[in-house]
Design a protein around this ligand. Structure first.
Ligand code: FAD
Length: 417
């Protein structure tokens, strides 16, 4: 991707994941000069390795009332949905207490409404941008299937009713209907809920790269460098890079799981946890293709047909962001995935990433409380690929002094900083 080495700009966006690329493009669309900085190519980290689901229905985060019922099985540290590290838990009791407090029933509706607004705005942008970016072939409007092996119709119906309260459509399916929808999978599921308004992409990394090219095409600049530090400088900011520095009126921190690192020296202690996850891809069987992402509800894994193979993604591993990998969760679910859809050998190695999550599972979108010209855009947890565009567009609107198209009050950084 073309690089720019000029060192003065209106806006510098730190991080070229889906959130940073989106903020950069949206700011450029508003006529600002924008520099996007990342040590890697755009879309090479969390925005590369996710399951590629553009989810209309992910308005109830992991910390919802049902979490309390599941706690006994999660505490055993054997469930594929959640593995947790005792050392990490002992070092982060505040995050855990606040995460659990947000799971209370009284917290459900305000957060679901906030996320629904963000998701709706973001899906609209994805559907527009993917066409403008010349990648319309990467999006599939085939929905997302959540499926239960046991005859768990009551749970599926409750899920459907909860979504319907927010106007989100889904279809309840029995075993025959699931076979008709996904003729190439084995009949292991008794009940399914098809999220009909959800889309998916065949390569989230390449979609992010396509958006980055669209940004450059619109006159934006990208610089590949390690971000070392940043500090207020006159009426703007000075960002120190491994290969020089940039001066800008505004800085947007969109560093996903790494965001707290650059904010700590400014006196901000961001309670961001890394909900780590893994994926591995496998050679698909050409005559037994998966047609859409499937979420195995009881075993907490996903299977998604991707450009390079069937991608199996794991549940959550709650530990330090940079702790050594453990493939235990993935090893447990890959054989279960093989029991659903035939696939061949692995393509490449196991990938690991981290869902950046604040205790209330809402992102931070807005100004830093104690510094003018500093904007925070991170913490998009399990749905950052879905919500990246509207997160970025809202930040660009705020920088430009305009009102975002959806209500961002629940995402104010001031709630934690
Ligand atoms: C297993 C898994 C499955 C998921 N599935 C889905 C899904 O199906 N749908 C969905 O919507 N979301 C999903 N997510 C969540 C989603 O991937 C993330 O929320 C989203 O990608 C976060 O994007 P981001 O731009 O904030 O961060 P990132 O994509 O991680 O971008 C941050 C960037 O900052 C750069 N960076 C960091 N530090 C520095 C530095 N010091 N100098 C220079 N550059 C730096 C990194 O190189 C990186 O490119 C999933 C996540 C995981 C882990």
């Amino acid at each position: 991707m073309p690089e720019n080495t000029s060192n003065k700009t209106d806006v510098v966006v730190l991080g070229a994941g889906i959130v940073g690329v989106s903020a950069a493009y949206a700011a450029r669309q508003r006529g600002m000069s924008v520099m996007l900085v990342d040590r890697r190519e755009p879309g090479s980290e969390t925005s590369y390795g996710n399951a590629g689901i553009l989810s209309s229905g992910s308005i109830f985060p992991l910390n919802q009332p049902s979490l309390f019922g599941n706690l006994p099985k999660y505490l055993s540290n054997q469930h594929p949905a959640l593995r947790w590290d005792l050392g990490w838990a002992l070092r982060n009791p505040d995050w855990i207490v606040r995460f659990l407090a947000s799971a209370r029933a009284s917290q459900t509706k305000p957060r679901a409404l906030a996320l629904h607004g963000l998701i709706k705005a973001s899906l609209k942008l994805h559907r527009e941008w993917i066409v403008t970016a010349g990648a319309p072939n990467r999006i599939r409007e085939t929905g997302w299937l959540k499926a239960w092996r046991s005859d768990n119709i009551a749970v599926a119906k409750a899920d459907q009713a909860a979504l319907a309260e927010y106007g989100i459509k889904s279809e309840l399916l029995d075993r025959q209907a699931i076979s008709a929808l996904e003729p190439n999978i084995l009949p292991v599921y008794s009940v399914g809920l098809l999220h009909t308004e959800t889309a998916s992409v065949d390569s989230p990394g390449n979609v992010t790269k396509a958006y980055a090219r669209m940004f450059v095409g619109a006159g934006g600049a990208i610089r590949q460098a390690e971000i070392k530090s940043m500090a207020p400088d006159g009426d703007g900011w000075r960002v120190v890079l491994s290969n020089g520095e940039i001066r800008a009126r505004h800085v947007v921190v969109a560093l996903g799981p790494w965001s707290p690192d650059v904010l700590r020296p400014l006196g901000y202690r961001v309670p961001l946890a890394a909900e780590r996850g893994y994926h591995r891809e496998f050679v698909p069987n050409a005559s037994r293709k998966l047609l859409r992402p499937i979420h195995d509800a009881e075993n907490a894994f996903l299977m998604t047909p991707m450009e390079n193979g069937v991608r199996v993604t794991s549940g959550v591993e709650l530990t330090a962001r940079d702790a050594p990998s453990s493939h235990a969760q993935l090893d447990e679910v890959v054989p279960l995935a093989r029991g659903v859809v035939e696939f061949g050998k692995p393509v490449g190695d196991v990938w690991r990433g981290a869902r950046p999550t604040l205790p209330d599972s809402l992102p931070m979108i807005g100004p830093a409380p104690r510094h003018s010209g500093l904007w925070l855009a991170f913490g998009n947890q399990h749905i950052g690929f879905t919500t990246g565009p509207a997160t970025g567009e809202a930040i660009a609107a705020m920088i430009g002094g305009a009102k975002p198209t959806f209500d961002t009050s629940a995402f104010s950084p001031g709630r934690y900083l």
